[in-house]
Design a protein around this ligand. Structure first.
Ligand code: LAN
Length: 650
């Protein structure tokens, strides 16, 4: 049943107008939307620990902001979760405790006392997930003999081996790279009275009695999402054996090799690094190599890129921003509203940002440093960061092609062509696209995941989101540039096959980078439609039936991060505007924008808009590695406007 257009249009129009005004008012001078990209709770303590190892402390103003933030996000039970919405874990609880102590909070502070009461019965550092132990070892608050080994010599193995480090997902590879250097050197902060006191507190005085060999295997059940497999334990045994024999010369060579790789990463990213963890760890490595040297200074200069002042204190972002990604979506949303005249200025500025942030060259000696070509790609954040991503490239290209007929695209055709080439070069054998690179290792490598708290970190595999975005971009390119190109045609059809193959029994797709089935299904459906699926295609009908079956009585959709953790739909307490928008975008694309279900969703979305044109804050809609929530600040300003626009047009 559909609702007559006249009934709903005037109201939606004003809702959309106000939403667009908010978007315009929050656009940065550079044309992007810069916002908070926080959520994970292991970033600040790794930063504070890293600085401490280097004999530094944050400036007083930042220190106060960090303390405020950590206090604001301590759970009621005294611990800290993996992210700001998660239940307490030993990993993040011990690390945040240590961070607060290093920032100057006294041990008798009530919050810290509650924290100890939470983590001590769970083993303290001994119960922590793997990364916590590594950071503590660096501070001298844990013994290297109690860690799962991370020998740098792994890098010297033949590259043809399926488990050579170069085959790991780039984020995993880039975190373990400095870890392997620090481990190989047994790098340790100089002892101070403060560290000695903290050691007493977090081990409850029992440091001297710890059995470090047994400690390697220990981890509190709160910290286990990915249990250690037989294969990981076997690999660890081999590496323990190796560590006892490791010759000095080979170690020195391996350390040099790792350091060279670290330098290449630093230089390629202008010292921003691929993410906040290797940013801090690489900086610490340089501190040991050359204290106060040029590398350390260059790193210190790019630290502010990761911080954001929120009303709850100073936050550390999970990336140096999500600007390109948000800007590409914002352009598509604004264009969908048809308000391109009134908001021409906003689009012009966004177009400028997109143009200025395309990556125009490959990295230095890409093969030697295990890098895929970069030229023509778009990153998630900024050109300085420089790591292109398949779907960010796709969204950058899509946005450029949306801007083109408006006369606003600033990216020259040759560079659009480069983006297409890069996308083509990133398609996997299974027809899908992974995130940053081709799939380089077998999926079974995941059986060696040593992180305890994350899943799917070992290999970059094809994802429905990345695949759909690339298919959409190639299809848009084909329309824009109608010179027949068999490679593009073939890439699209292989991509479509991947999307069809990964649709679940219940008609949905599971998302990996957004929460969760509404996100994945939006991409699944958009990919099929872009490639020309007809409205009566069974895959589309099954997908929309799935969405309709989860619509709430009030018309909204609602999913929480638990959906990703449990791989099944987990409903939130109330409707979420972002999930509702993804569901509506999907229904509208599949030809059901005028359906009763969609119109009930539209009504809910309209009514939820506040006086100021914004949608009220709601639980986090972003995720990574199945377990950790990450906040996309602009989503609530982009997706509702976009969804309302397409449901009006149907
Ligand atoms: C991101 C952010 C962007 C995101 C999308 C482009 C949205 C996605 O479609 C593909 C994957 C990607 C690039 C992605 C992967 C994992 C990241 C890099 C993050 C969620 C940002 C932070 C996270 C990173 C792994 C955090 C550091 C933690 C580790 C476990 C290394």
């Amino acid at each position: 049943m559909s609702v007559a257009a006249g009934e709903r249009l005037p109201q939606s129009v004003s809702v959309i107008q106000r939403g667009l005004d908010v978007l315009a008012a929050t656009q940065d001078t550079e044309g992007s939307w810069y916002g908070d990209y926080g959520g994970p709770q292991f970033l600040i303590p790794i930063y504070v620990a890293g600085l401490h190892v280097m004999g530094r402390t944050p400036e007083p103003e930042q220190r106060d902001g960090l303390i405020a933030y950590l206090r604001n996000h301590q759970n009621a039970d005294g611990g800290w979760g993996l992210d700001v919405e998660a239940p307490s874990q030993v990993f993040t609880s011990v690390l945040n405790y240590v961070a607060l102590r290093l920032l100057g909070v006294g041990k008798d502070d009530a919050g810290l006392r509650r924290a100890r009461q939470w983590f001590l019965p769970r083993g303290g550092p001994l119960g922590s997930g793997a990364w916590g132990k590594i950071i503590l070892a660096l501070l001298g608050l844990y013994e290297y003999g109690g860690l799962q080994p991370v020998p740098p010599e792994l890098w010297l193995l033949p590259e043809s081996l399926p488990f050579h480090p170069s085959r790991l997902w780039c984020h995993c590879r880039m975190v373990y790279l400095p870890m392997s250097w620090l481990y190989g050197r047994r790098a340790r902060a100089p002892e101070t009275p403060l560290l000695a006191a903290i050691r007493q507190e977090i081990f409850d005085g029992g440091y001297g009695q710890v059995d470090w060999v047994a400690a390697r295997e220990r981890v509190s059940p709160t910290d286990v999402f990915t249990p250690r497999t037989f294969w990981l334990k076997a690999a660890n045994q081999v590496m323990y054996g190796y560590e006892r024999l490791a010759g000095k010369q080979l170690r020195a060579r391996a350390l040099d090799f790792a350091l060279e790789q670290i330098r290449a990463e630093d230089e390629a990213t202008h010292y921003i690094c691929i993410g906040p963890i290797n940013k801090v760890l690489n900086m610490v490595v340089w501190h040991f190599v050359n204290p106060d040297g040029p590398e350390v200074r260059a790193h210190l200069e790019r630290l502010p890129d990761y911080f954001y002042e929120g009303d709850d204190g100073v936050r550390m972002n999970g990336y140096n921003s999500s600007e390109l990604w948000d800007t590409a979506f914002a352009v598509q949303a604004v264009a969908a509203t048809g308000e391109t005249g009134r908001h021409r200025r906003m689009l012009e500025e966004a177009a400028r940002f997109i143009e200025a942030n395309q990556v125009l060259e490959d990295t230095r000696e890409p093969q030697r440093f295990f890098r895929h070509p970069s030229k023509g790609g778009w990153p998630f954040s900024t050109r300085d960061h420089g790591w292109p991503i398949s779907d960010c490239t796709a969204e950058g290209l899509k946005a450029s092609l949306v801007l083109e007929p408006l006369g606003l695209n600033r990216v020259p055709q040759a560079r659009l062509q480069d983006a297409v080439q890069l996308i083509l070069s990133m398609q996997n054998e299974d027809g899908g696209w992974a995130t940053y690179e081709l799939q380089r290792g077998p999926k079974v490598l995941e059986l060696l995941n040593p992180s305890d708290v994350f899943s799917t970190i070992m290999v970059d595999v094809s994802y429905v989101e990345c695949t759909s975005a690339c298919v959409q971009a190639l299809a848009a390119w084909r329309k824009h540039h109608p010179v027949p190109d068999a490679r593009v045609d073939r890439a699209i059809s292989r991509g479509v096959e991947f999307i069809r193959r990964t649709q679940r029994e219940d008609g949905s797709w599971m998302g990996s980078w957004g929460v969760c089935f509404t996100y994945g299904t939006w991409f699944g459906v958009m990919g099929l439609i872009a490639a020309g699926a007809s409205p009566d295609d069974m895959a589309l009908r099954r997908a929309t039936a799935f969405l309709r079956s989860y619509q709430r009585a009030d018309g909204a959709w609602s999913e929480v991060v638990e959906s990703c953790r449990q791989a099944r739909w987990v409903e939130g307490k109330q409707g979420h505007a972002v999930n509702t928008s993804w569901a509506l975008l999907t229904l509208a694309a599949a030809g059901e924008g005028g359906s009763d279900a969609a119109q009930r969703g539209v009504r809910w979305l309209r009514e939820r808009q506040q006086e100021d044109g914004r949608w009220p804050p709601e639980p986090i809609a972003g995720i990574f590695n199945r377990t950790c929530a990450i906040h996309y600040d602009a989503y609530l300003r982009i997706f509702p406007v976009w969804a309302l626009a397409v449901c009006d047009k149907r």
